[in-house]
Ligand binder design. Structure first.
Ligand SMILES: NC(=O)c1ccc[n+]([C@@H]2O[C@H](COP(=O)([O-])OP(=O)(O)OC[C@H]3O[C@@H](n4cnc5c(N)ncnc54)[C@H](OP(=O)(O)O)[C@@H]3O)[C@@H](O)[C@H]2O)c1
Length: 279
């Protein structure tokens, strides 16, 4: 029951009506009996500068941040975690003791999904990462933080963007950069991650690896695209006997980490997953 004491959590973005976060977090809040409600705030561009002021004035306890505000919000926060600084984006704001603290939970999300859904308690030494956008940046950060990962082939349509990303995260000799069509690095890779938007609706049915040549049965393939879940890449990977992981786990685990930052309560991950799992 919402009362005068109910705390407010939410997501800001433009647009946000499609977001699964309200369903996921409200299910978690209900299951844990916490007196919070989670809502979606569609903030038009002219409102961006007022987000911090609004959080303080309305005593909004925490926010998830989505496109296009993940960088902009960094300008008004009192603190940004070292992880979010390195990733260059904030996807969670924790409002505590009058201070606004920015975090990025995507790196945690991808590693937790690889562990839970991919059975990878230890990452393989050779990884291929496709993409050089915002999501790829968080994933590259996570991979570089795993000492067992010896080499990452970072492949992107715009190679200069991949070069910039590898340099920004100080990849050094652990990261080599190439074009997305350069599939030679798949041969000895134990893990392939698609962090491009290829395969996402309305362009589903397309794979970032074209016909999927180079995929093999001793790799795990994660596609972080979650609309649809059964992407063309995952279908190609399944066809050669590779273990596949869809994008839902990363989405759920980044949300679970945000929930724990705000509430201090262990997130009911399975309930959160069920709340946004397509029927
Ligand atoms: N599961 C999750 O929790 C989660 C979290 C975040 C994002 N995502 C998903 O991840 C995807 C990427 O998100 P993002 O925020 O990183 O996007 P972004 O910053 O816009 O980056 C898009 C990436 O896709 C590449 N790309 C786009 N269209 C392409 C095409 N036609 N051919 C080749 N490459 C193409 C871009 O290459 P160029 O550099 O050459 O343009 C870039 O590497 C989206 O589908 C998003 O929904 C999932």
């Amino acid at each position: 029951m919402i009362s005068g004491r109910t705390g407010i959590l939410g997501v800001i973005g433009h647009p946000v009506t499609h977001s699964g976060s309200p369903a996921m977090h409200n299910a978690a809040l209900q299951a844990t009996g916490l007196d919070f409600v989670y809502v979606a705030f569609g903030v038009p561009p002219e409102g961006a500068a007022a987000i911090g002021v609004a959080m303080r004035a309305l005593n909004i306890r925490g926010l998830n941040v989505t496109v296009p505000y993940k960088q902009v919000v960094m300008d008004f926060l009192d603190e940004v975690s070292p992880e979010a600084q390195a990733i260059g984006a904030v996807n969670t704001i924790d409002h505590r003791d009058g201070r606004l603290c920015g975090h990025n939970t995507d790196a945690h999300g991808v590693l937790a999904s690889l562990r839970e859904d991919g059975g990878l308690h230890r990452l393989p030494p050779k990884v291929v990462l496709l993409g050089a956008g915002g999501a790829a940046r968080a994933i590259l950060y996570a991979l570089l933080a795993a000492p067992e990962v010896e080499h990452i082939a970072l492949l992107n349509r715009t190679v200069s963007r991949a070069e910039d990303l590898a340099a920004a995260l100080h990849g050094g000799s652990r990261v080599t950069v190439g074009d997305i069509t350069d599939v030679a690095s798949l041969n000895d890779a134990g893990l392939v991650i698609n962090a491009t938007s290829i395969g996402m609706e309305p362009h589903s049915g397309v794979s970032p690896l074209g016909d999927g040549a180079g995929l093999h049965d001793s790799m795990v393939v994660l596609d972080i695209v979650y609309k649809p879940l059964a992407t063309q890449l995952l279908q190609q990977a399944r066809a050669v006997g590779a273990r596949t992981v869809d994008g839902l786990g990363m989405l759920v685990h980044q949300g679970a980490r945000a929930f724990e930052l705000w509430t201090g309560v262990v997130a009911p991950v399975h309930i959160m997953r069920r709340a946004i799992q397509p029927a």
